[in-house]
Design a protein around this ligand. Sequence first.
Ligand SMILES: [Zn+2]
Length: 508
Amino acid sequence: MVYYRKYRPQTLDEIIGQEHIKNALKKAHESNRLSHAYLFAGPKGSGKTSTARILAKMINCEVGGPCNKCSTCLSITDGSNLDLIEIDAASNRGIDDIRELREKIKLAPTSSKKKVYIIDEVHMLTTEAFNALLKTLEEPPSHVLFILATTDPHKIPQTILSRVQRFDFQAAKEEEIIEYLKNVIKIEKLKISDEALNLIAKKSEGSFRDGLKILDQLASSGNEITLEDVENIYKSGKSEDSIKLLNFIADADTKSALEFVTELSERGISLKEFINQTLHTLRLLLLIKHDTKKDESLSGLSQKLSSPQIVKIVNSLGIALEKMKFVSIPTLPLEIAVVESCQEQEVPRGERVSQVPQGEENNIGNKPRDTRDTSKPRDTSNELISPAIPAPISDAQEIIIIKDKWAYILETIKPYNFSLEALLKQSKIVSFESETLILEVPYSFHKRILEAPKSRELLESVLAEVLGKSAKVSTVLGTRPVRVEELANVEVAADDEIIKIASEIFNS
Ligand SMILES: [Zn+2]
């Protein structure tokens, strides 16, 4: 049996950390005051679903409390209990899934006191599914307990949040992961050096599960686990590689820097790990520059880069790390960060110009102007909503999220399509309806460019990431006088096509 299943905590006491949650649940259970709906929020591997399953046992155990001996407890452990329904919202996110759930929920539990629904990654549900779930949470049958789990609580509508009792799980501390793994090491009679164990704990990034998986993987060799074994798993290149790349950037040697990224990729190095390691090096550089650290191997580099330059590289790499999650070409985000950082080095200080028009932020979210374009937003919902399910109360939550994340959306798009980002800065968010974001743009060529498949797909992919569901984009034309500075902005966008169209329009 894999460690992850074998060593899953089976009682609250076996869960390490999260003391406030364990105490609150124990007290509520003892005084018979458990809520009918919980939200467990927190990072991956912090114990949310383990706690949810233990809670299911606490409620349904035949002797009151997880005994892990009665048939109910045992069936929950081995996954055969019919009254524990686990739903992964990432793959069952539509309204039909929730509708089916609502139908089945009315039925009494088969053998236990309560039916327990665990909905994992609940933030992935569609708006319609959330609304259907809300109905159920408003009037839950007394034989049902809901446990919603999420790594991303800010994507959950307020209407849902107000109907659940929320617990925030903390990422595991390194020493907690070590404590947890030491127990497994003892039972499995593994041999492992302290350095190796410490590195596993560090690389697990707050996830008990990740730590256990790595230990499992390393244990299969049957040999003593060394630091080198662990390092090989997290092959991130050596710190010399980070120093080498940073030297190319400091010298504004874009060609060598890009070739080096290709070389790293060909060597099979995890670029995510490489970026993390480079960030670590940059942090050391900052400390060295401010005399809080000494490191001979970095002294040359620290003289070449100023503090603001280091901060800019950190920002570029941070964005690259974020974008790696959803690009199909794994090297691209790092390559963009490298090109940006090299260009930053080329331009002499003081001559840097802000390439993007400023002062347009106020447009975002203003009341839409009268539109002279009569085109209606495309209706993309091809799903009939039955009368029993209310139509979405409003799309307000999407609009709030989009406005809230607008700067991030623009930042994400910028490296891929600089002109699109510049155009979006001049657009206004009008509304979000029928899963479609409506943007108002001042000129018809804006509309044409924004609706070109290339631009639309990019914007839609970023929206999907931000909203946790797919969304379309549509544009409407607003009335707007020609202003000289806006023309200038368009030219700054530096896209030949835009300049061509713009000059056609304005020079005719
Ligand atoms: Zn039991």
